[in-house]
Design a protein around this ligand. Structure first.
Ligand code: BGP
Length: 479
């Protein structure tokens, strides 16, 4: 099979402001949701504290100090030949409390410098507007997106950055992995997607779906506004895409798969088609959920369809209609292991074919370009005793990425899917979102920092740095 990808294919890497910038109070940046999550591990969940509390370690406060080292890091991305670089704007650098009417110039100036540096080095910025960060003041004073006022605060933030960077940034993404919060058993998702802290005994699904409605309206209005500011903007949604397989060919498992996928498709259906699918209303009725909509909301959804579908892809999942509990920790009842797949140290199924399947599934449903905004392999990398050109021999990461890129190439070259780009998650070691570990490393670039914040922050290449450089240089021909 010819491997070459289209010349316009956007090879690159992805990170998120809160996972690498650090400088969490510098230049008047306000506290954000990411600043009050303590360090955790694969065994110990992160704790959401009430503000920053004495006695805890908060790994996102320092990140990997990208705020001061971004030029050095961009030089390394350029050495790999990145065509694009995905990161996010920290909302609380621009509006420290979130409800101000005037933005913080120092925050805006940082992203001017960052985007200029990327463009100077031949990289298109791909910018996520809300990547698990909401100004913490909006959580405390308004209850996050349980409050409809958040729509206007988000739109003020969007209008400010769309206008400021309209000639520097073409590719935008709305809310990162907006669908995570459907897993209401894990409060971290409502907190990072919507700035919501569940109250004792409340109907979490009612609160979550109402917040989702506000976010979908906010996102659609942002798309419409963005296109008015610059008609060339390409604005996409961003979903954690975990395809669900039926446990057997029993029709009941197939129906269980269809129903469970509704909690993923509802987002892309609204974003791509501009209205709620019929199953949304029956799903809400079944759960006793009553969504408050205002006049104009449905009009807003219709007028703000996205230009492309952004996804992260790490794993697939399985549902068994005969199982009631979430056995495999995937956030839905009936989730079970897949006997045909192996799993990472964090219990994530390794399924490259699932990426090809997902790309076909999404493209055939929406016929909109797809951007793979995240795909990567987290591992406890071991430093070589005697490093040569590289400090980690991460053949396991190369193998994981090779198979997933092969799947992307099959989707493009054999299945006719229009894939815009592929940005490897954590192209440089960053703070893990789910665990707060830095030792859960994804990068082509090793950063000397441990889970307690010790280390020189020195950057060094891993073996995969040179492998990915060649993949890009041959446009995917040599894997
Ligand atoms: C996705 C997030 C990223 C990143 C990635 C890896 O959910 O969009 O921010 O965190 O997963 O996950 P983790 O960092 O938990 O290993």
């Amino acid at each position: 099979m010819k491997h070459k990808m289209p010349e316009s294919f956007l090879w690159g890497g992805a990170v998120a402001a809160h996972q690498l910038e650090g400088a969490y109070r510098e230049d008047s940046r306000g506290l954000s949701t990411s600043d009050v999550m303590t360090a955790g591990s694969s065994k110990v969940p992160r704790k959401i504290t009430d503000g920053v509390e004495e006695g805890y370690y908060y790994p996102n406060h320092g990140g990997i100090d990208f705020y001061h080292r971004y030029k050095e890091d961009i030089d390394l991305f350029k050495e790999m030949g990145f065509k694009c670089f995905r990161t996010s704007i920290s909302w609380s650098r621009i509006f420290p409390d979130g409800d101000e009417t005037e933005p913080n110039e120092a925050g805006l100036a940082f992203y001017d410098r960052l985007f200029d540096e990327l463009k100077k080095n031949g990289m298109e910025p791909v910018v996520t507007l809300s990547h698990f960060e909401i100004p913490y003041h909006l959580v405390k004073a308004y209850g996050g997106f349980r409050n409809r006022k958040l729509i206007d605060f988000f739109l003020r933030f969007c209008e400010t950055v769309f206008t400021r960077y309209k000639d520097k940034v073409k590719y935008w993404m709305l809310f990162n992995e907006i669908n995570n919060q459907t897993d209401v058993a894990r409060p971290i998702y409502a907190f990072t997607n919507s700035g919501i802290l569940y109250e004792e005994g409340e109907n979490r699904e009612q609160t979550m779906w109402q917040a989702v409605h506000y976010e979908l309206v906010a996102g659609a209005r942002a798309v419409k506004m963005g296109h008015e500011i610059n008609p060339n903007f390409q604005i996409g949604c961003m979903m954690a895409w975990v395809p669900i397989y039926p446990a057997t060919c029993n029709p009941q498992d197939m129906m269980a798969q269809t129903e469970t996928m509704h909690e993923r498709f509802i987002f892309t259906d609204v974003y791509a088609r501009g209205h709620y699918p019929a199953y949304a209303r029956t799903m809400w009725e079944k759960k006793g959920i009553d969504i408050q909509m205002e006049p104009g909301d449905e009009e807003a959804l219709k007028e703000g369809c996205v230009d492309y579908i952004g996804i992260s892809y790490y794993m697939s999942a399985v549902v068994d209609h005969d199982v009631s509990e979430d056995r495999n920790g995937r956030g839905f009842p009936g989730s079970v292991e897949n006997p045909y797949l192996s799993y990472s140290d964090w219990g994530w199924a390794i399924d490259p074919e699932g990426l090809r399947y997902s790309l076909c599934q999404l493209y055939e449903r929406y016929e909109k370009p797809i951007f793979i905004a995240e795909n990567g392999f987290g591992a406890y990398d071991k430093l070589l005793e005697e490093p040569g050109d590289y400090v980690v021999e991460d053949d396991y990461r190369i193998a994981y990425l090779r198979e997933h890129i092969k799947a992307v190439e099959k989707a493009v070259l054999l299945d006719g899917v229009n894939v815009m780009g592929y940005t490897v998650w954590g192209c440089i070691d960053v703070v893990s979102f789910t665990t707060g570990e830095l030792s859960k490393r994804y990068g082509f670039i090793y950063v000397d920092r441990d889970d307690e914040g010790n280390g020189s922050l020195e950057r060094s290449q891993k073996k995969s740095f040179y492998w990915y450089r060649n993949v890009i240089a041959t446009n995917g021909e040599e894997l």
